[in-house]
Design a protein around this ligand. Structure first.
Ligand code: IMP
Length: 433
C-alpha cells in the first residue's frame, strides 16, 4: 500500500478535496495539512451533518486518525479554538489526536486588518482571513511563531513593534483608526494557547520518526500556487506539491515514495479575481453554479463557473508530477445536452497547449473546445463502474488522453459512500494494509 499519499487540488481550489481526504482517511493513520490556513474550507458530510474544516486536517473526523498542522501553515488560534470546540460539540473526540507545529506562524488580528486594507486598493478578492499578510510578516522576518508564546517578554516586544507598524499604515496611509491593544491581544491568544499547549510539538521530527501511514492534504489548488498559479491572483503559499517539503520541514526525498493524486471537478470554478480562460459568464455559467451549489465554503461568495480546462489539468499533472486524477461532481453535468472541454488555447492565431505565465496573455487566450454529447442520465450516487453511461466514459477517456494520467476514482455525490473506483491498481493498493 502507498504509505504516503498526497492529495492536491488541480484547479483553483474547491475541487472537493475534503470529501476525498475524509474517505481515504479510513485507510491511513495520520492526515497532515502543510500550507495555507483558515482560507481553506474543506466540506465533509459527517453523521448527516455538513462540517466545514478550515484549519484542522479533514481526516480528524475518523477516531483512529492523528491530525497534524505543520509549520508551513499560518494558524489563527481563534479559528482553531472554534473549530475544536465545534467538533467536540458534535461528538468528535480529538483529545490526544492533534499535533501543531511549534514553528507554525500565527495569524494575528492585525494581519486581517491589513488583508482588508490591501483589498481596498487593487485587491484580488482574498478570503480576508489574513493569510497574505501573515506570510508577508513570516518572510519579512516579523512573524510570531507558536513557540514565541512560551516567552511573554519576547512576545510583547514583537507585538509592540508590529502593532506600531500596522497602526502607522492604517492611520497614515489609509486614514483608518487602529484600535487594537497589545495587552488584550496577548491575553486572548495566551488564554487559547494554554488550552492547546500539550498539542504543540516539533511535528517535523514526529513525521520523520514515525512509520505510520500518512495523507498530506493540500489546500486551495495548483492554479492558486504562489509560484505556479495565476500570479498575482493566487494565495500566498505553495498550494501545489511544491509546498510539501518547505511546508513539512522535510526533504523532497521524504516524498519520493509517495503517491500523488490530483482532485479536479468535472468542470471548472474559481472564487476571487484573476484569469479563467473557460469561464462562462452567461446563462450556462449560472446553470453550472446552481446545479453545483457553487458558493464559497469560507466566504459564501458565488463561484465563477466554466467548462473543464485540460490545459489547466495538464499544467497540474506536470507541476505536481501526478500519478492519477480523481474527478468530482460529474453528476452536475448530467442534464447538459452538449458538454464542451477545452483542449488547447489559441493566442493571436497560434494554438498553444501550455498555460502562459502572464495575466495579460491569459486575458487574450481563447479556449479551443471539443464538444461532446451529454449523457442525459443520472450519475449521482452510482457505485458500480458498469452503471456509468457511455458518454460519461468518453468524457473520462478524453481527460485521460489529454492529461496522460489515469482517472482512478469518480466522486458521485457529497457523502462518504458516494464514489466509484475506476482503476483496480490503486484500489487494491489502498485496500491492503
Ligand atoms: P487568500 O488565500 O485569502 O489570500 O486569497 C487569495 C485567493 O485565493 C483569492 O482568489 C481566494 O478566493 C482564493 N482562495 C483562497 N483559499 C481558497 C480556497 O480554499 N478555495 C478556493 N479559493 C481560495
Amino acid at each position: 500500500m502507498e504509505r504516503k499519499l498526497v492529495i492536491l487540488g488541480s484547479q483553483w481550489g474547491d475541487e472537493g478535496k475534503g470529501k476525498i481526504v475524509d474517505l481515504l482517511s479510513e485507510n491511513y493513520d495520520m492526515v497532515i495539512r502543510y500550507q495555507g490556513g483558515s482560507n481553506a474550507g474543506h466540506t465533509v458530510i459527517y453523521n448527516n451533518r455538513k462540517v466545514i474544516l478550515h484549519l484542522l486536517p479533514t481526516g480528524i473526523l475518523h477516531p483512529h486518525v492523528t491530525g497534524v498542522i505543520t509549520q508551513g501553515m499560518v494558524v489563527d488560534l481563534e479559528v482553531l479554538d472554534q473549530e475544536l470546540e465545534n467538533l467536540r460539540s458534535i461528538g468528535v473526540d480529538w483529545e490526544g489526536r492533534v499535533f501543531i507545529s511549534d514553528r507554525a506562524h500565527l495569524v494575528m488580528p492585525y494581519h486581517k486588518v491589513l488583508d482588508r486594507l490591501f483589498e481596498k486598493r487593487g485587491g484580488i478578492g482574498t478570503t480576508l482571513r489574513g493569510i497574505g499578510p501573515a506570510y508577508m510578516f513570516k518572510f519579512g522576518r516579523k512573524g510570531v511563531r507558536i513557540s514565541d508564546l512560551e516567552d511573554e517578554d519576547r512576545l510583547r516586544d514583537l507585538l509592540e513593534e508590529n502593532f506600531s507598524f500596522v497602526r502607522d499604515i492604517s492611520e497614515r496611509v489609509f486614514g483608518e483608526s487602529f484600535d487594537f491593544s497589545v495587552d488584550e491581544t496577548m491575553e486572548k491568544i495566551l488564554t487559547i494557547y494554554e488550552k492547546y499547549r500539550p498539542m504543540v510539538k516539533d511535528v517535523s521530527k514526529i513525521l520523520w520518526e514515525t512509520d505510520r501511514s500518512m495523507i498530506f492534504e493540500g489546500a486551495q489548488g495548483t492554479m492558486l500556487d504562489v509560484d505556479m498559479g495565476t500570479y498575482p491572483f493566487v494565495t500566498s503559499s505553495n498550494s501545489s506539491a511544491l509546498g510539501l517539503a518547505n511546508g513539512t520541514g522535510l526533504s523532497p526525498k521524504f516524498f519520493s515514495d509517495a503517491y500523488f493524486l490530483g482532485v479536479a471537478k468535472a468542470y471548472t470554478t474559481r472564487v476571487g479575481e484573476g484569469p479563467f480562460p473557460t469561464e462562462l459568464k452567461g446563462e450556462e455559467g449560472s446553470r453550472l453554479r446552481d446545479l453545483g451549489g457553487e458558493y464559497g465554503s469560507t466566504t459564501g461568495r458565488p463561484r465563477r463557473c466554466g467548462w473543464l480546462d485540460l490545459v489547466v489539468l495538464r499544467h497540474a499533472v506536470r507541476v505536481n508530477h501526478l500519478d492519477g486524477l480523481i474527478i468530482t461532481k460529474l453528476d452536475v453535468l448530467d442534464s447538459f445536452e452538449e458538454i464542451k472541454v477545452c483542449v488547447a488555447y489559441e493566442l493571436e492565431g497560434e494554438r498553444i497547449d501550455h498555460f502562459p505565465a502572464s495575466p495579460s496573455l491569459l486575458d487574450r487566450v481563447r479556449p479551443v473546445y471539443i464538444t461532446l454529447k451529454g449523457w442525459l442520465r443520472n450519475t449521482k450516487g452510482i457505485k458500480d463502474v458498469k452503471d456509468l453511461p457511455g458518454e460519461a466514459r468518453d468524457y473520462i477517456n478524453l481527460i485521460e488522453e489529454f492529461t496522460g494520467v489515469p482517472v482512478v476514482m469518480l466522486s458521485t455525490g457529497p457523502r462518504r459512500e458516494e464514489y466509484v473506483w475506476l482503476k483496480e491498481m490503486l484500489r487494491s493498493g489502498l485496500r491492503s494494509s
